[in-house]
Design a protein. Structure first.
Length: 331
């Protein structure tokens, strides 16, 4: 099916119908997503992990600080978005870019063998992120409600990728500086962390890092219950997601299974506010449509009404997934 894409030159199609993206990732005709062999990350256990070229990284970071022309264009776009809706506006793109730079195997080994190098890398990234925030946030703050500051998947299916003390040392201070800076410049803007996996054991550190909201609340990984997630976050961190298990229940369960899980999970997560409804992760193409309908029907029937400050008073919009700018808060 023809589609509009930003960079059509990045895609080629093989004779068997497989689509190749940037010569690196592949989507066979029977698939709906691109995959890369080995997740695009080489694991070399025969040699010590090599440090990164920080000079080259600095040049890359310098180019990512928006120019005056880019600031003007982004501000105009955000203003149009604000004028077009009464819903909360999220902006993604001002984060420091912390995460598994250079691939998970190499980066995680450097965290354990060369923490000094990772400190230097994160210091560099944060310095330029703060410069970008200084330049852009003051002009877009009237038009946005949430900043997605990081997409940093720190969890596996069973627990954190890095030991919590390592995450606490190498990540939390840098995230805290960025969050504090945002909150000083725009106190009304909330900060959002996307962090997949079983990160329950990192919740206290994520809170200490100053984030207002965490997504996707993957309680399906690890041993912590939904109630334990809520109890740990209650009053300190908004949980954004967790509405249904997207690995098992949503794709493979019946519509009744989906409704039953939503009705069990949502009241726990939504108690005492501090919750935005959505599934744990992406709704893939293979998910039966009736399960998607069941997901949102159950959420609508189970969820609490949004903030009384919401400007849209139509009854059909009073569902757990309805978000107003005023209701995005660490409650």
């Amino acid at each position: 099916m023809p589609a509009l894409v930003q960079h059509p030159e990045a895609f080629t199609t093989l004779p068997d119908g497989t689509i190749v993206q940037n010569g690196q990732s592949f989507m066979p005709p029977s698939a709906h997503v691109f995959e890369t062999p080995g997740a695009g990350q080489e694991l070399d256990l025969d040699h010590d992990p090599q440090p990164f070229d920080l000079a080259a990284l600095e040049e890359e970071c310098r180019r990512q600080v928006p120019t005056a022309e880019q600031v003007q264009a982004i501000a105009a776009y955000c203003a149009r978005a604000r004028a077009a809706t009464d819903r909360a506006i999220m902006y993604a793109g001002l984060g420091p870019g912390l995460g598994f730079h250079g691939g998970m195997p190499r980066f995680t080994m450097l965290c354990l063998t060369r923490p000094d190098h990772i400190h230097a890398l994160h210091e560099l990234r944060v310095r330029y992120a703060l410069a970008a925030i200084d330049r852009l946030l003051p002009v877009i703050a009237p038009h946005v409600d949430i900043l997605m500051l990081a997409a940093d998947d720190q969890g596996t299916q069973s627990g954190p990728v890095l030991p919590p003390p390592v995450f606490r040392e190498l990540f939390v201070p840098y995230y805290r500086r960025v969050n504090d800076h945002v909150h000083r410049l725009a106190p009304q803007v909330k900060t959002f962390l996307h962090c997949c996996g079983a990160v329950y054991d990192l919740l206290v550190d994520i809170i200490a890092a100053g984030f207002d909201a965490l997504n996707p609340v993957q309680w399906s990984g690890g041993s912590a219950t939904v109630r334990q997630w809520k109890d740990k976050a209650r009053g300190r961190l908004t949980l954004w997601g967790g509405g249904v298990n997207t690995q098992t229940t949503l794709p493979f369960g019946s519509a009744a299974d989906v409704e039953r899980e939503v009705r069990a999970v949502v009241p726990v997560l939504a108690a005492d506010s501090g919750y935005v409804f959505c599934a744990i992760h992406n709704i893939l193409a293979e998910v039966p449509p009736e399960n998607v309908i069941a997901l949102y029907r159950a959420a609508r029937q189970t969820g609490q009404p949004p903030s009384r400050h919401h400007r849209d008073t139509r009854p059909e919009n009073h569902a757990a997934g309805t978000v107003s700018p005023q209701s995005i808060r660490s409650a």
